[in-house]
Ligand binder design. Structure first.
Ligand SMILES: NC(=O)c1ccc[n+]([C@@H]2O[C@H](COP(=O)([O-])OP(=O)(O)OC[C@H]3O[C@@H](n4cnc5c(N)ncnc54)[C@H](O)[C@@H]3O)[C@@H](O)[C@H]2O)c1
Length: 313
């Protein structure tokens, strides 16, 4: 054991060296689309994505990737309308073959979610993908978390996913042979979190809401059995987005950025594109037999009990 530990220690790089490596890797991941071939993985698919308004967010990265992969029509929704025109024009400029409809709406509002599913059926005759990604974080300790905060986090994070499953599946059951959909089918993707898998990655209310999301996927897949409508969650680890931006900025200001993401075996944080890649897999027919799963995309974070690096390796 001592020998293995010495070996790991000898191999391990300085914090600075590893951070430089992380920065280079992340730049490479963020520029993947620049020269990537469009392989049409979402050809003909009509998709809804919620929570697309944040410039560094998972929803925006997914919308751009779905457009790159040739989605037919993207319905893109956020509560905050500020960045929606920019997202629409970014996609339309680079991918003029993709139709984009943006809308300011609350992902936890039943009328809005039923409405966007009905709109897709009315305009395109089919709905294929619903990526329920909108979410909020909370910061309070147990003693300071009010009933209002708890219920609001549950509403935005968990109720939104329930409504997505309820209304998207009803729309995905509708067949339309003339639009290339002779049988019911679809993929519903919910953004949960590693916080919904184990403790230690979020507040009680946030973690409970994400555990509910994981449960919604597992249970709804059985309600939708034999329909070819799949429901899965993605459980991101630590991703640099609008939600976590303050933590990253603070660490960079203090000169401790190299410590971010050290709890997972890859020793780095992730970026929105890495979650978008998982969403693309789940949205496309590449995942045609993946159903009722909670898929962690977290650099390995949720795989382990707390670990002393090198101890057992
Ligand atoms: N960033 C992470 O480390 C991390 C880790 C695990 C899970 N997640 C989850 O990923 C999802 C996306 O978050 P992100 O990290 O991209 O954060 P983000 O804050 O960058 O983006 C979230 C987006 O959701 C929108 N939104 C919030 N409430 C809404 C509502 N009621 N209706 C419609 N839109 C709403 C926000 O306006 C924002 O544009 C969330 O569900 C979040 O909980 C993030």
């Amino acid at each position: 054991m001592g020998g293995a530990y010495d070996k790991i220690k000898a191999q391990s790089k300085s914090v600075e060296e590893h951070y430089n490596r992380t920065t280079a890797r992340i730049q490479q991941i963020q520029s993947q689309l620049e020269n990537a071939v469009r392989s049409g993985k979402l050809k003909d698919k009509v998709c809804v994505i919620t929570g697309v308004g944040s410039l560094k967010g998972i929803g925006r990265a997914s919308a751009i990737l779905f457009a790159h992969e040739g989605a037919k029509h993207l319905y893109l929704l956020d509560f905050d309308p500020t960045n929606l025109p920019n997202l629409k024009s970014t996609i339309e400029t680079k991918y003029p073959d993709v139709k984009v409809t943006t809308m300011q709406a609350d992902a936890a509002d039943e009328t809005a979610i039923a409405g966007v599913c009905e709109q897709a059926l009315r305009e395109e005759g089919r709905l294929d993908v619903f990526f329920a990604n909108a979410g909020i974080a909370s910061k309070d300790t147990l003693e300071n978390t009010s009933v209002e905060t708890f219920m609001n986090v549950m509403r935005v994070n968990a109720l939104s996913c329930f409504l997505a499953v309820k209304h998207a599946s009803a729309a995905m059951l509708k067949t339309n042979a003339s639009r290339g959909k002779p049988l019911s089918s679809g993929s519903i993707i919910l953004t949960a979190s590693v916080a919904g898998v184990r403790s230690g990655a979020g507040t009680i209310d946030y973690s409970a809401s994400k555990a509910a999301v994981n449960s919604i996927a597992k249970n709804s897949a059985y309600q939708l059995q034999k329909t070819d409508i799949r429901v899965n969650t993605i459980c991101p680890g630590l991703i640099e987005t609008g939600m976590t931006g303050d933590t990253f900025d603070y660490a960079r200001q203090r000169g401790t950025a190299g410590k971010i993401g050290q709890l997972n075996p890859m020793g780095r944080f992730g970026v929105a594109q890495e979650i978008a890649n998982a969403a693309l897999f789940l949205a496309s027919d590449d995942s045609s037999y993946v159903n009722a799963q909670n898929i962690a995309v977290d650099g390995g974070l949720s795989s382990s009990h707390p670990v002393v690096p090198g101890r057992w390796a």
